[in-house]
Design a protein. Sequence first.
Length: 140
Amino acid sequence: MVSPVKLAEMEGGQRAIGLLIIDFSERVETFVDKHRHHSVMIFTDGATSESEVGRGSAAAVILWPDSVDDALEVSEVLNRIVDSIEAEISATALALEASAEHFRQFAHLYKVKHIFIFTDCKPAIAYIVQRSQTNNYTVS
């Protein structure tokens, strides 16, 4: 299993602001520890073969409540040319589809209070939030 902290480091857990480097891995670990027993944690990433537009891929790691070794890893190659934001949104959709299928089969095993989705793409989050407001459902 990929540790949430290691995943955060791979996904840019350290960010450079000028000459100051901020390490977010401790904050991620604290958050995960606090919510791990009653929440599903989903880490997503999408990418394109070129910097902005190209062949796309999407991936997610899904951590179930109190799980240690049974993280679900899903990925797909997008069979069309996409931009980076569409690849990121596709990763979120892939994660939600995989989570829904898993819950259909194993819902009786979990007591879930929250589902947290972590992504590194603010425009993808903005698009999802805007869409939810237009379609009258809640994203928080």
